[in-house]
Ligand binder design. Sequence first.
Ligand SMILES: Nc1nc2c(ncn2[C@@H]2O[C@H](COP(=O)(O)OP(=O)(O)OP(=O)(O)O)[C@@H](O)[C@H]2O)c(=O)[nH]1
Ligand SMILES: [Mg+2]
Length: 171
Amino acid sequence: MKKLFLMGRSEAGKTSLTQVLKGEELHYVKTQYTNTDEEVIDTPGEYAESKRFSVGLACFSFEADVVAIVQAADEPYNLFSPCLRSFILRPLIGIITKTDSPYANIPMVEQWMINAGCLRIFHVNNVNREGVDELMEYLAEDPERMSLDEARFRQNLGLNEWDPLPGENRT
Ligand SMILES: Nc1nc2c(ncn2[C@@H]2O[C@H](COP(=O)(O)OP(=O)(O)OP(=O)(O)O)[C@@H](O)[C@H]2O)c(=O)[nH]1
Ligand SMILES: [Mg+2]
């Protein structure tokens, strides 16, 4: 099981997604702090919204196996810069929530996530749980553990440690 880190603006649906992944009923709780012991690391949206606090997100992300940008399908503007992936030493994925919103613009949000460098993009509706199975399938696979030498070998090839070796087939 991969430990997932969630970041995104307030109201994006991070806590709702955390509840759905845990099999809980949706109940509104404003996120006030971050607990890195959990399987899913939820963060307050204000961290992503503030230049000063956003540095903290990069620090917390080291506790996780995979980092996710969470953006609602109806978000009117983008908080995340292009090539954001370059300062996070973990695989970056995108999770688009509120796909049921009448104001959803999924192609636009997907483009933001592609620009940020997301390796995969998942679509979820936290209310009826559509799309959650696909995300859970991805998270269910254990991350590959490797020695420092193996990581260095990949770096010598100009690869991230989670990238497949040439000729290797990995999702
Ligand atoms: N329609 C719809 N509403 C959603 C969805 N996901 C979350 N919501 C609603 O959006 C509101 C905000 O959701 P939260 O999960 O608390 O948002 P958050 O990103 O954790 O916000 P912060 O804790 O402030 O950072 C709640 O009222 C949720 O019920 C979704 O997929 N569809
Ligand atoms: Mg929250």
